[in-house]
Design a protein around this ligand. Structure first.
Ligand SMILES: *Cc1c(COP(=O)(O)O)cnc(C)c1O
Length: 341
């Protein structure tokens, strides 16, 4: 298989249509078996549930080329499970785990020429999505749905790669108590676009959001969970039922405990405690684990001891280990790596 002629070392995080995508349809609550197609466009009613009432959820995962030349995905079973719970919350008929895994495998295999080579720092980002394609005008779940899995080669999410970023403590809320913060729904992103724009306009990479109920505890950013490291080397991650259960975060917690022998606490993290941490990082499929150097808030700046020049030692170790596992250089826990071809 000949790779596409792309500048693999300088890809940005943007959409490049690839050759194939997997599409399945659901009518009367039943999914057809789906197939690979070449058309990157979706055609549907102007009155589709996704267009009118934002009935849509999605996933994001990556395919990696390992050192020994295999193409693999990382814990796709957890993406399948999470898409099912997102779909249920939005009254979308979920696709089975088997169908999800089959679709992802087929799309990656069919687009193997687009999977960035080992050692380039680039990966193939895979975007499964599930949306109401049938018409609804009265508020109701759509009568028909589409499941689509497409992929695009991407470079690092934050420009400048692994340099620490600066965050703004947002005046806005990301997710309501008992709302949809714990599912991967497009609607959570629609309402964070404006706060994200405000932060970027002021020169920040991202927002840090607090819990909406008390505005005292750290939740997450627009699209990544937080990991903190205390001065005595304990990894701390916020516990809340209004944050999205990041697969990267859950994996890093396991790595911290079982590979690095660190203590991990998943608990409420008051913003007032953030000033005491030694390191802060964001984690998610797109960001992997990215160091945070400082957080600005109304009335001050909080700078972590790791500073703005390089990432802290625990963040670096976590990053090295998860990337090593994904690229096949470090032995993975049972079931984490799915070899596609
Ligand atoms: C997708 C997402 C994450 C990261 O989850 P991963 O499974 O690690 O990619 C974090 N926060 C939000 C709001 C997300 O949508």
């Amino acid at each position: 298989m000949e790779k596409k002629n792309l500048d693999w070392n300088n890809l940005s995080f943007s959409y490049i249509p690839t050759d194939y995508r997997f599409v399945a349809h659901c009518k009367n609550g039943a999914w057809d078996e789906g197939a690979l197609i070449t058309d990157p466009s979706c055609t549907m009613s102007e009155c589709a549930g996704v267009i009118q009432y934002a009935q849509t959820c999605f996933e994001g995962l990556k395919a990696y080329t390992t050192k020994d030349g295999r193409i693999v995905t990382f814990r796709p079973d957890l993406n399948a499970e999470r898409l099912i719970s997102s779909a249920e919350r939005l009254l979308i008929p979920p696709v089975s785990k088997e169908m999800f895994l089959h679709a992802v495998d087929e799309v990656v295999k069919a687009n193997a020429a687009w999977v960035p080579p080992y050692g380039t720092g680039a990966t193939l980002y895979i975007r499964p999505c599930l949306f109401g394609s049938g018409s609804v005008i009265g508020v109701a779940p759509a009568p028909e749905y589409e499941f689509r899995v497409f992929c695009t080669p991407v470079g690092p999410y934050f420009k400048g790669g692994i340099k620490p970023i600066r965050l703004l403590l947002s005046q806005y809320d990301r997710a309501a108590p008992h709302g949809t913060g714990d599912i991967k729904a497009g609607l959570n992103y629609a309402m964070s676009l404006y706060p994200g724009h405000v932060a970027k306009d002021m020169g920040y990479s991202e927002n840090m959001y607090l819990d909406a109920a008390t505005r005292t505890n750290v939740e997450e950013t627009g699209g990544a969970n937080f990991l903190f490291v205390t001065k005595d080397g304990t990894v701390v991650t916020p516990k809340s039922n209004t944050i999205l259960p990041s697969i990267t975060r859950r994996s890093l917690v396991y790595i911290a405990e079982h590979y690095l022998g660190l203590k991990v606490e998943e608990r409420v993290v008051p913003f007032s405690e953030v000033k005491d941490f030694a390191e802060c990082a964001l984690c998610g499929t797109a960001a992997v684990i990215s160091p945070v150097g400082a957080v600005d808030y109304d009335g001050g700046t909080l700078t972590f001891p790791s500073g703005m020049e390089k990432m802290g030692p625990v963040t670096a170790k976590l990053r090295e280990t998860i990337v090593g596992i994904q690229e096949g250089e470090i032995e993975a826990p049972e079931g984490w790596i799915r070899t596609i071809c």
